[in-house]
Structure formats: structure tokens, C-alpha cells
Design a protein. Structure first.
Length: 265
């Protein structure tokens, strides 16, 4: 029994829309996963970590102004964090221009240090913590509340600190037709201290994201150098490279991270 022509046309249209939405979701570059560390701000201390720079995605390029992380120490082992980014993105084709705003969703999270064992004589240490909180729909067209959680396993020597991140997320829906990004994520955050004064550090990250929805997986690395002229200021230069279709292709970011005391002794 054949389907009437109007119904057939409507069915083909719906299939095309669904297929197009699925391809768009698979092609869209989700913001990169940045593995975090187990550094905890003291109670009353507030750190503002800002990065600005240029990133080339699989499609348009964007000017990041800025990528930010705000950390407020509440207790010796409890910190409140807010992560996000604001960028100006260019068109998909043609020369780069400041075409439209491209903010990311916000992650409001608590970071809890559960275990910390440090030997001041050998400078060796081990630590374990969690970071968890809601994802707020601040990106263009996003709606609904998401969530992200990470388990953090850290180890350190006199010259090297490494933190393994393992977790996952459910992001806000990017628009009315695309599926929500759902994924498992893992990463490694590294810091190598140079010299005896601890003023310079080499930094690196490796991040892997495996999506359960129709988005492309990510595998990216970053590397850079950090200068700490004093205990309350860090200045950094970081380059990034992506290796899978879901990643940004490359980019460079300049960062500044001042720290101040808001309350407490």
C-alpha cells in the first residue's frame, strides 16, 4: 500500500530535519574540557584566573575575552568555583571578523578535598577530592540545567605535581532540536617546577571526552609556561592542539591570575 504524496513529502521532510540536526550536533565543537588541579584556596582567599587569546575551531575562529575561573576559599578543604568563557566568534567562511558573541555555559561547582597527606621533608604528597555542581545555560540558545562532576586524584614530588581527573557531564540543551551533550571525561593536569625559587613552572594538560550523544569525541593537549613573581600573582602563556573532530584545532592564550583576601585572617 503506497503512502499518499503529501504524507510522503512530510515524512521525508521530517527525516531530513532530524538528519540535519544530528549532523549539526556531531559537527558542533563543544567547549574543550580543561582538567583541574587540587589546589585549594584558603578560607577567605579569592583568585581570579583570566585567559584571553585566539582559538581556531573546526569551523569559525574565535577571540576569547576571557576564559575565566573564579575560586573562593570557604574552608581549608572546601572551595566554591565558577567556570565560564566569553568569546567573539567569526563566520564559518571567509576572513575572520567579529561576527557574533559566543558565550559558554557556566559551571558553578564545589571542590572538596577529602584526603591530603604531605611530607614536608621529602616534599612528596598524595591527595583525593571531588568537584561537582550544576551547569547553567548561559550559552546562546541553551536551556535547561545540566551537571558536571569530577573525581580528582593527585600526587606530588619536589618538582612535579600531577592530578588525574575522571568524571562526566550532562550539559544544557544547545537549542530546541539538538540532543543534550552527555559524555564521560578524563584528563591529566601536570605542573613541573623549575629552579629553587618556584617562580617558573612548565604546565601541561591532556584531556579526553567520549560522548554518549551525537557529538564528536575530543582529544586535546595544552602546554605552556607560568611565571609567579610572588605568592599572589601568576602570569602564563599556553598553546593548545586538538586531535579529534570534536576539538578546537589550535590556539594560544595569555593568562593572568591575581589572588586576594576578602575575609578572615
Amino acid at each position: 500500500m503506497s503512502m499518499p504524496a503529501p504524507r510522503l513529502a512530510a515524512a521525508l521532510t521530517l527525516i531530513a530535519i532530524a538528519t540535519g540536526a544530528s549532523r549539526l550536533a556531531a559537527a558542533r565543537t563543544r567547549p574543550r574540557f580543561e582538567p583541574t588541579d587540587l589546589e585549594m584556596e584558603e578560607g577567605g582567599e579569592f583568585e581570579v584566573d583570566l585567559e584571553i587569546g585566539f582559538i581556531r575551531s573546526q569551523g569559525p575562529a574565535r577571540l576569547v575575552i576571557p576564559d575565566f575561573e573564579l575560586d573562593l576559599g570557604i574552608l581549608p578543604n572546601l572551595e566554591l568555583d565558577l567556570d565560564g568563557a566569553y568569546a567573539i566568534e567569526g563566520p564559518d567562511t571567509g576572513p575572520f571578523s567579529l561576527d557574533h558573541a559566543a558565550p559558554d555555559n557556566l559551571w558553578l561547582a564545589l571542590k572538596l578535598g577529602i584526603y591530603d597527606d604531605h611530607d614536608p621533608d621529602t616534599h612528596e604528597g598524595r591527595a583525593f577530592g571531588v568537584q561537582i555542581g550544576p551547569k547553567l545555560p548561559s550559552a546562546r540558545g541553551a536551556h535547561g540545567i545540566g551537571v558536571e562532576s569530577l573525581l580528582l586524584f593527585g600526587g606530588s614530588t619536589r618538582w612535579l605535581t600531577a592530578v588525574l581527573n575522571v568524571g562526566g557531564f550532562l550539559d544544557p540543551a544547545p537549542d530546541a532540536v539538538s540532543p543534550r551533550p552527555v559524555a564521560l571525561e578524563s584528563g591529566l593536569d601536570l605542573e613541573m617546577r623549575l629552579g629553587s625559587g618556584d617562580h617558573f613552572q612548565l604546565t601541561g594538560e591532556c584531556a579526553l571526552v567520549h560522548f554518549k550523544s551525537t557529538y564528536a569525541d575530543q582529544l586535546g593537549v595544552t602546554g605552556g609556561i607560568n611565571w609567579s613573581p610572588n605568592d599572589n600573582l601568576d602570569i602564563s602563556l599556553v598553546g593548545l592542539v586538538g586531535f579529534l573532530p570534536g576539538n578546537d584545532r589550535y590556539g594560544v592564550l595569555v593568562g593572568v591570575a591575581p589572588k586576594m583576601r576578602l575575609f578572615g585572617g
